[in-house]
Design a protein around this ligand. Structure first.
Ligand SMILES: Cc1cc2nc3c(=O)[nH]c(=O)nc-3n(C[C@H](O)[C@H](O)[C@H](O)COP(=O)(O)O)c2cc1C
Length: 252
């Protein structure tokens, strides 16, 4: 069984390819599910695929895993992280969360995919060529990781980056406390009221009020609304102006 969370499609792509290559079932994480549960067959492995947010698994994923009730203990439990460049100590922090639920992480893998975080000055999307090259590299890496999963190989095969401890343990809580907000979202007159942002928000945090999207205060800045807007009408303060949009489109 592979559980996945994805805002812009990178993790969805990795999760669905891994499911194909390993013959596993695929299930999307619904962060709004108050009492999620799943039942594993004997010897069935469990995988979690999600993006890295500030060098950790996203809090919405962590909270879902905390609430998740699993019947049958997984024979092998792996984490597959997608990231723009580095994952820090996300596997260790996730292993600790699993441990508190009586489960142990067998393996962790990272996949460097196109960047989606652009909410600060200096944080930009990859160039189209850069994004394509990351995706091509991931396409080559996926069968190798699937082989390890099929062989139940226990290892941590991730790109941690510099200052991994500092990023995962100190920068991460500051990032959530100081930068995660939906108060900075604006909508320009280009908005056609297609309501795609409302439909795609994984936290159902957007409502349409007086003919405009409105964010309701429980956002995790996944940026699904911004990147998928067909007319680029959504912005996050000035930080996203003229930065372009990205979401994964499979050209297999
Ligand atoms: C809020 C937020 C924080 C992020 N933090 C990191 C990070 O710490 N390190 C990194 O390499 N990429 C980071 N990224 C980039 C994403 O992890 C990466 O683009 C991921 O593949 C997006 O997955 P998705 O398309 O499934 O949503 C961040 C993206 C967002 C939206």
């Amino acid at each position: 069984m592979i559980l996945f969370f994805s805002a812009c499609g990178n993790s969805r792509f990795v999760a669905s390819r891994l499911a194909e290559l390993t013959g596993q079932r695929l299930m999307q994480i619904n962060p709004l599910d108050a009492s999620p549960s799943l039942s594993l067959a004997p010897q069935e492995p469990l995988g979690v695929v999600c993006p890295v947010y500030a060098w950790n698994t996203p809090r919405v994923v962590n909270n879902y895993i905390k609430r998740l009730s699993v019947s049958g203990s997984p024979s092998y439990l792996f984490l597959a992280l997608t990231c723009g460049d580095t994952v820090g100590r996300a596997p260790e922090r996730f292993a600790k969360l699993l441990y508190s639920k009586g489960m142990s992480l067998s393996a962790a893998f990272s996949f460097v995919m196109p960047e989606t975080y652009i909410n600060l000055p200096g944080f930009n999307l990859d160039t189209p060529e850069g994004a394509r090259s990351k995706i091509e590299t991931v396409k080559m890496r996926l069968p190798l990781v699937a082989e390890k999963i099929n062989g139940r190989v226990g290892e941590v095969d991730v790109v941690r980056g510099k200052w991994s401890w500092l990023n995962s343990y100190l920068v991460n809580p500051l990032f959530y406390a100081l930068l995660i907000t939906d108060r900075k979202f604006t909508v320009s007159d280009a908005c056609t009221l297609c309501a795609l942002c409302q439909k795609l928000c994984p936290l159902q945090n957007i409502s349409i009020v007086n003919g405009r999207p409105r964010w309701n205060g429980h956002c995790t800045n996944c940026m699904a609304c911004y990147h998928h807007c067909p007319v680029n009408a959504i912005h996050f303060g000035k930080a996203t102006q003229r930065k372009g949009q990205y979401f994964f489109q499979d050209a297999r």
